[in-house]
Design a protein around this ligand. Structure first.
Ligand SMILES: [Mn+2]
Length: 310
């Protein structure tokens, strides 16, 4: 087996971007997610698939202790981090490199996805967004009960919420409601249910996966997110997976996807050939056991980038 592989196309180029940010959550620890991912077998597994991996390091994130005591201090800091992250992902995508953005809490998706959207908008194209998560993350500063910004990135990408954070892409909104699909929801606020209904967003809950099976759900989700778009940005919150398998996450919720369902979702994403970029968020090493959740994430990424059993 050759360990040196020259990719035939840019499909074989991946850039790792770390965003050690936990300012969007009340529970601490997901700022260590990028370290946990780098310690895992992620790079080794991608390399084995013949993928060239470039690790560009971490976006600079201010320390929580240095923020002012103002109520919106975290929101302003997150907006700054997301603005820089959007530039990083846009640059990667323009260069034909697929970014894997390692969070950090999910608020960073407001930046990572905005960057992907910007790079394709320059070619006159829109992008789809596949959101794998226990939560819809579609609160705004007005509707949120907790004020936690990691519960708001989908809203910001749809053009709602804090205007500077909702306007990071060169297109507005970064994502149109008809191009966003949720898979695996199981914990929603009433305001989020209303927002999903009002915007007409296609949302597959865990019940849909139970009743229809994951394959059917994923195929429809990809069909919707790739219709009229250049492809799909996959925003993967590890809390989509059941906490029995993925205990080290920011906001665990019982009743999530099994390990096999998660792998199948990744395999179907790979088969679609439509993935433009990926977020891996909410890995919390403090709650984890021997880095199992980051290792699971590395394994799932390998499936999403073409690893096969046979
Ligand atoms: Mn999330």
């Amino acid at each position: 087996m050759s360990t040196v592989h020259t990719p035939l196309s840019t499909d074989g180029l991946v850039q790792l971007i770390g965003v050690p940010l936990d300012l969007g959550a009340s529970r601490r620890g997901v700022d260590m997610g990028p370290s946990a991912m780098r310690i895992s077998s992620l790079v080794q597994q991608l390399s084995r698939l013949g993928i060239t991996v470039q690790d560009v390091g971490n976006v600079t994130v201010p320390e929580r202790a240095t923020l002012s005591g103002a109520p919106d201090a975290a929101l302003l800091a997150i907006t700054q981090v997301c603005a820089e992250l959007a530039q990083w992902t846009a640059t990667a995508v323009r260069d034909g490199v697929r970014p894997i953005v390692m969070g950090g809490d999910h608020s960073i998706a407001a930046g990572s996805v905005a960057g992907t959207a910007t790079a394709f908008a320059e070619k006159g194209q829109r992008i789809g967004l596949l959101w794998l998560d226990a939560h819809a993350d579609i609160n705004t500063p007005e509707t949120s009960l907790s004020g936690n910004v990691h519960g708001m990135p989908a809203a910001h990408l749809l053009g709602l919420g804090h205007p500077p954070l909702a306007q990071l892409a060169s297109v507005y909104p970064a994502i149109r409601p008809e191009h966003l699909v949720y898979v695996g929801l199981r914990d929603l606020d009433e305001a989020e249910r209303e927002a999903i209904r009002a915007l007409g967003i296609r949302a597959f809950t865990m019940r849909d996966i139970d009743e229809r099976g994951l394959r059917s759900v994923m195929e429809e989700a990809l069909q919707i997110t790739t219709t009229g778009t250049a492809g799909v940005h996959v925003s993967f919150d590890l809390d989509w997976v059941d906490p029995a398998v993925a205990p080290g996450v920011g906001t665990p919720v019982q009743g999530g996807a099994t390990r096999r369902e998660a792998h199948l979702a990744m395999e179907i994403i790979h088969d679609s050939g439509a993935m433009l970029a990926m977020d891996l968020v909410e890995v919390n090493p403090i709650l984890d056991h021997r880095n199992a959740t980051a290792e699971l994430a590395a394994d799932l990424v390998a499936s999403a980038f073409g690893r096969r059993i046979l």
